[in-house]
Design a protein around this ligand. Structure first.
Ligand code: AMP
Length: 258
């Protein structure tokens, strides 16, 4: 199963991702975590994004896309994954579409956690105050000003993804303001009963072989065409049959993956 969790910072994406990981054995791919690790390790990408992250801006699309492309190649992601915090812009979503298409895989659902922004700010401010009171370390971007910046970035750059995925018919919207177990239950209900199976990659045409894309024409009667033309029509049909995708199974024969 391949999912995207979409929602502003503080909507509960991380919390719900953890529950989905435990329930479906998926891996959580959080671009925020990956970028923080890159900053900590001082990699070239990490050095490039450090300041941006501290100020609540969005990191450049190419940096984030390259991190995700590398990560979904790892063996643990083959069984399925939850993208948490990615994509965050329309160009990132388009890059993800290309990545998935190249691998013959599809998204099963995009879960939008819809929240009230005012309540969200209060929720996050409370969480920060509680963490401070417990003496827990805060993230460098965990403060009200940066949070406002992050919400603004969400509104301007990420919110258009709701329409993007609605158009693709994969968007499922859940009330993110409900108590955590209720949100979990609503997500479970919104998930497809059968996750999509990866499609076999089309075989590349052999050198010199003609690609047959058009439907073979309905043969006209030999009487009207003459013997020679009838022979050509029948050999075209054979060529078309030989190019039919060999590995594609019928819908009923598809095996669902976990
Ligand atoms: P998060 O942990 O998802 O809230 O992300 C923390 C920060 O990492 C964000 O405020 C951005 O600066 C950066 N970030 C995470 N994911 C992305 C992304 N997909 N595109 C751009 N920047 C990102």
């Amino acid at each position: 199963m391949r999912l995207i969790l979409l929602g502003p910072p503080g909507a509960g994406k991380g919390t719900q991702a953890l529950r989905l990981v435990a329930k479906y054995g998926l891996v959580q791919l959080s671009t925020g975590d990956m970028l923080r690790a890159a900053v900590k390790a001082g990699t070239p990408i990490g050095r490039k994004v450090k300041d941006i992250m501290e100020h609540g801006g969005l990191c450049p699309d190419d940096s984030v896309v390259s991190i995700v492309a590398e990560r979904i190649e790892q063996p643990d992601a083959r069984k399925g994954f939850i993208l948490d915090g990615f994509p965050r812009t329309v160009p990132q979503a388009a890059a993800l579409d290309r990545m998935l298409k190249e691998r013959g895989i599809a998204l099963d659902a995009v879960i939008e956690l819809r929240v009230d922004e005012g309540a969200l700010l209060r929720r996050i401010e409370n969480r920060i105050a509680e963490m401070k009171a417990r003496g827990e370390p805060l993230r460098s971007d965990d403060n009200a000003e940066v949070l406002r910046q992050r919400l603004e970035a969400y509104r301007q750059l990420t919110a258009p993804l709701v329409a993007y995925y609605r158009k693709k018919n994969v968007l499922r919207t859940v009330n993110g303001m409900a108590p955590i177990p209720e949100v979990t239950a609503a997500i479970d209900k919104a998930l497809p009963a059968e996750p999509s199976a990866p499609k076999p990659k089309p075989k590349p045409a052999r050198n010199g072989a003609r690609k047959v894309t058009a439907k073979p024409r309905k043969p006209k009667s030999a009487g009207r065409l003459g013997k020679k033309s009838a022979k050509r029509t029948s050999s075209a049909r054979k060529t078309a049959a030989a190019h039919k995708s060999p590995g594609r199974k019928s819908k009923s024969g598809e095996t669902a993956r976990p």
